[in-house]
Each structure stands twice: as structure tokens, then as C-alpha cells.
Design a protein around this ligand. Structure first.
Ligand code: AMP
Length: 179
């Protein structure tokens, strides 16, 4: 079972990823976590990525695709924060085909803009100041939102109401996974 969790920054992808990982015993591949680990380790890649992440822009497709390639496994994967561009989605499809794997479901967490800004300000991460938040939302709408259509056309998209209590949202996801 391979699942993608999609949604604006602050939509609750991290929290609901953990739920899906426990439910289906998946390996968590979060490109954001990988990039933060690179920053923590002060690698050259980390240094380059940090300046981009601090503005809320996306790091290059080639970097994240390479990181995903290096960690691909047949055990079942939860993709979190990847893909984020159409090019990344197409590259992921190619990678899946080449490895005889496939994406089974794409969970889209839908949350109001206002709620997203409140959640992100509350979480207080380094790249969560108000200017960056606004830019990250714009980047999401311009570069990532087209993936909704992409996966809808593949009949893989499940739209989940991401408003409300964490457990309620998890139950909605669990229901959508009964296919
Ligand atoms: P996240 O933790 O998923 O919100 O990611 C934090 C930041 O890392 C993003 O704002 C981007 O700058 C960068 N990032 C994470 N995943 C990707 C990706 N798939 N493509 C490009 N940039 C990414």
C-alpha cells in the first residue's frame, strides 16, 4: 500500500500521516523532514535548502526526487509533502512504474485558509512567520494544487474534510481507505 497525503501547509498532513503509518504499517517519507535533517547536520545541501525554505519557496525538483529515490522501498510508503509540483508527480509515477509499484490512494486534506494560518502560527516552526506562511500558501496554490486534478484524473483522490478534531478527521480518512 502506497499513499500520498496532500494538502496546504498547516492542513494537518504530519498528524494524519502518523495515523496512516500506524494503521497500515507504512514507512514515512517526508521530504520536509529529510531537508530539516540535512539542515541539522549542516550539510552543503542543508545550507542551500535552508535559505530557500526560509522564504517559503520550494527547493528544486531534482533534489527532492533524488532524496525519494534513495529511500524508495517496497514495504509500503506514506509520501508526506511530496510530490509538490506536477513535475515531481510525473517523476514519481515513472519511478513507481520502473519499480513495479503504484500509488494506491491520494488523501487530500481540505482546510479553510483562515484555519491554516491560525494553525501555522500556533505551531511556531522556524519557517512559520507570517510573511513566509503567506508565501507558502501562494506557492501551494500555484504549484501544488494542480496535483489535485492530476490525481483526480487517475481516480486516486479522496477529498477529506480536514476541519475539526484530530480523531474525527482520522475516522474520515479510515473510511475513505475502505475501497
Ligand atoms: P514541509 O515540512 O513539508 O512543510 O516542508 C518545508 C519546506 O521544505 C517547504 O516549504 C519547501 O521549502 C521544502 N520542501 C519540502 N518538500 C518539498 C518538495 N517535495 N519539493 C520542494 N520543496 C520541498
Amino acid at each position: 500500500m502506497n499513499i500520498i497525503i496532500l494538502g496546504a501547509p498547516g492542513a494537518g498532513k504530519g498528524t494524519q500521516s502518523q495515523f496512516l503509518i500506524d494503521l497500515f504499517k507504512l514507512k514515512h517519507l517526508s521530504t520536509g523532514d529529510m531537508l530539516r535533517a540535512e539542515i541539522e547536520a549542516a550539510t552543503e545541501l542543508g545550507m542551500q535548502a535552508k535559505s530557500i525554505m526560509d522564504t517559503g519557496e520550494l527547493v528544486s525538483d531534482s533534489i527532492v526526487i533524488r532524496m525519494i529515490k534513495e529511500r524508495l522501498t517496497r514495504e509500503g510508503i506514506l509520501f508526506d509533502g511530496f510530490p509538490r509540483t506536477l513535475n515531481q508527480a510525473q517523476e514519481l509515477d515513472k519511478l513507481m512504474i520502473a519499480n513495479n509499484m503504484e500509488i494506491d490512494k491520494v488523501i487530500l486534506l481540505e482546510v479553510d485558509n483562515e484555519e491554516i494560518i491560525q494553525r501555522m502560527l500556533a505551531r511556531g516552526r522556524a519557517d512559520d512567520n507570517e510573511t513566509t506562511i503567506r508565501n507558502r500558501l501562494q506557492v501551494y496554490n500555484q504549484q501544488t494544487a494542480p496535483l489535485i486534478d492530476y490525481y483526480e484524473k487517475q481516480n486516486k483522490l479522496a477529498r477529506i474534510d480536514g476541519m475539526g478534531e484530530v480523531d474525527t478527521i482520522s475516522k474520515r480518512i479510515e473510511q475513505a481507505m475502505q475501497f
